[in-house]
Design a protein around this ligand. Sequence first.
Ligand code: TRP
Ligand code: SF4
Length: 405
Amino acid sequence: MSSTTGPNRRVLSGMRPTGGLHLGHLHGALNNWLRLQYEYDCFFFVADWHALTTHYEDTSIIAPSVREMLVEWLAVGINPSAATIFVQSDVPEHAELHLLLSMITPLGWLERVPTYKDQQEKLKERDLATYGFLGYPLLQSADILMYRAGHVPVGEDQVAHVEITREVARRFNHLYGREADFEQRAERAMRHLGGKQSRLYADFRKSYQERGDEAALESGRALVENHPRLTMADRERLLGYLEGVGRTILVEPEALLTHTPRVPGLDGQKMSKSYGNTIGLGEAPEAVEKKLRTMQTDPARVRRTDPGEPEKCPVWQFHQIYSGDAVQSWVQEGCRSAGIGCIECKQPVIDAVLKELQPIRERIIEFTASPGTVDIILSEGRDRARDAARETMDDVRDAMGLEYR
Ligand code: TRP
Ligand code: SF4
């Protein structure tokens, strides 16, 4: 309900280049992106400046990871003719918008974002008491608002960042979205609604602005959006006037939370580079096989004859992702009765993971061997991204009164 120009089909998402991708990324974000790229106008970017906020002391991992990440995206099927793929620092407008937004963002909003304290706790070995790290969510807001994205596919941990983005957009529009004669123009637009509709609109507006009545806000929006005879500009004005804000310059995005399976790491914790429990997308089959063969199982099964409990075993979580009903019942039954051994139980998982990774690995090798192809994809992506970014920045500078050169 954030877009004022019909249904917003723009999707934006990014990933930090801090090392190779693994099965957690594939089943979390990437499979989702693969679907989205054919249904939406997708922009996917490598968030290299975001990586700097935590890796500023030793930046050596960033450059190779940018390349590696792009190759891995391409290898899993992110399609540069369907989606725009680019690197954040190739579009310096992100830094400009971040700076401009920083002027209007209260410190408290950033200090209250849960990831701020969480990450500082979690990554104790790094000094994250920096200006840049505090601004992490705001840089993300700039990424999102730059492309006027309606939808941002993210994991649970990132929802707060989309939320703050909405608040920042609202504040920006409130501060700078006013035309000099906004009120008169809005009142004039109201008359175009027609007598009865215009009275309804006024009632909805009053209920929302005086009592915070969300239902009235929704009804008012529906009235405006479904009205057959409004110009685009009048529609925007009336939507802004309804909420008590001005014209929409920056579009409020929504988090697109898709249910994705949680891939356990080899030790049963969440799969994550920092826990050293990953299976990389480009890893050699022998290494993958060895990792799975030696991965943790239910600790109660010390001997082959001890019965186990799948719910306490990370291998079972893999079965839930990779195996059909028949194999799943075989595991449940065989584990609890000690009818099967753990090595036996792991075999279908090993087979499925190897089968899934094989074509990806082949394509990683292909793309790695032709850096020129990746260069072309990158430069096309950069051009498309910059075009969109320039358009937004023109509006932003204009709204802020910065076009005085
Ligand atoms: N913060 C995101 C993460 O760690 C990465 C990111 C940066 C991002 N900018 C973004 C995600 C914009 C979505 C939209 O996963
Ligand atoms: Fe885990 Fe399978 Fe062993 Fe049971 S039999 S403990 S599910 S690996």
